[in-house]
Design a protein around this ligand. Structure first.
Ligand code: UDP
Length: 329
């Protein structure tokens, strides 16, 4: 019998790619999403498959799944700084209450659970590149605090379930990842720059653009996550591409890639925007035999091809997604 895996955040960017991967590996996949930031278009192609099921559900409420489960991957969460500002309470709840519900479900089903943590647990890091044993530098009360602290709590409660209940747990710390199905207007730098180039607008670099990021192509990220889930390693593992670049240089690369002659304009740097970020992936190499394979050039070509195919209507619907009916006061 096929193994069954539950994936939360299934209609999101990473969640939908994970659904594809597990279907291809021969699993039965159950996707859950409340569709606040996710988009059914990302998993539409799976609905016709017998191996795929979808529940429209908010995992901060009790999660009921009939039958056995072998694995759970908890990927539900807003994941962009603009989203945290607009839906801060949901962001906190899905990382804390949502994780608690899924750990309870994993215990009940005797399933192995992998939770999606993030490089944001390192905050604005004082150690570079970031190793897993760095404790981080997070502003608890800043705008990103709702995400960062939810994810830090998520790691703690996951280790508590491992230690206290003997649950099989895995923790991946995901660094900036990109590829097809990113939300065009989620405010993240890659869809922002590509969208601007396609619309003929200036590219908005925040601050002086000397802050760095290291971008990992989604297929590499999914491979790392898959290997971690199948491994027997319970401590956090960084998965990301260590190829670091400043945001200003990256804007210049986008202009070359898109063949446009857009100008670069500078805007205010958001509060607590990390100055530098680059994963140390020694642990992933040693334990999982994993490292990123897709160069930024190849990954960005594929990503650009995806965004170029969007309709004019999608491209010009440039305002941020309307969350008003979900806002909790
Ligand atoms: N950024 C930018 N212009 C934009 C969007 C983002 O210069 O239109 C910068 C942002 O300030 C940050 C970097 O790009 O330094 C990456 O931002 P993103 O929101 O993608 O991810 P994160 O800050 O969480 O790494």
């Amino acid at each position: 019998m096929a193994k069954r895996v539950l994936i939360t955040g299934a209609a999101g960017f990473l969640g939908s790619h994970l659904c594809d991967r597990f279907i291809n590996e021969g699993f039965d996949v159950i996707g859950i999403d409340n569709l606040i930031t996710g988009d059914l278009a990302n998993i539409e192609h799976l609905f016709k498959l017998e191996q795929f099921d979808f529940y429209h559900h908010d995992v901060t409420k009790f999660v009921h799944v009939p039958g056995d489960l072998d694995y759970i991957l908890h990927f539900a969460s807003p994941a962009s700084p603009i989203d945290y500002l607009k839906i801060p309470i949901q962001t906190l709840k899905v990382g804390s209450l949502g994780t608690h519900n899924l750990l309870g479900l994993a215990k009940e089903k005797k399933a192995r659970i992998l939770i999606a943590s993030t490089s944001e647990v390192y905050g604005d890091p004082l150690v570079h590149p970031q190793t897993e044993d760095y404790y981080g530098n997070v502003n608890t009360i800043g705008p990103r605090g709702v995400y960062d602290e939810a994810k830090r709590f998520q790691e703690s409660i996951t280790m508590a379930y491992h230690r206290f209940h003997g649950l099989e747990t895995r923790i991946v710390r995901i660094f900036n990842t990109y590829g097809p199905r990113m939300r065009l207007n989620d405010g993240r730098v890659i869809p922002a720059f590509i969208g601007q180039a396609l619309r003929g607008e200036d590219l908005t670099v925040f601050g002086d653009g000397t802050q760095t990021r290291s971008f990992c192509y989604v297929d590499d990220q999914v491979e790392g996550i898959y290997r971690l889930l199948m491994s027997d390693y319970v401590y956090p593992v960084n998965i990301g591409n260590p190829d670091e670049i400043t945001i200003l240089e990256f804007a210049e690369e986008i202009i070359k890639l898109t063949g446009t002659d857009q100008k670069i304009v500078h805007k205010d740097l958001p509060i607590d925007d990390p100055l530098q970020r680059k994963p140390d992936i020694s642990r992933a190499k040693e334990i999982l035999g994993w490292e990123a394979k897709v160069s930024r050039q190849d990954g960005m070509q594929k990503t650009y091809a995806y965004f170029k195919n969007l309709t004019k209507e999608q491209l010009y619907k440039s305002e941020h997604k309307d969350f008003s009916k979900h806002i909790q006061k």
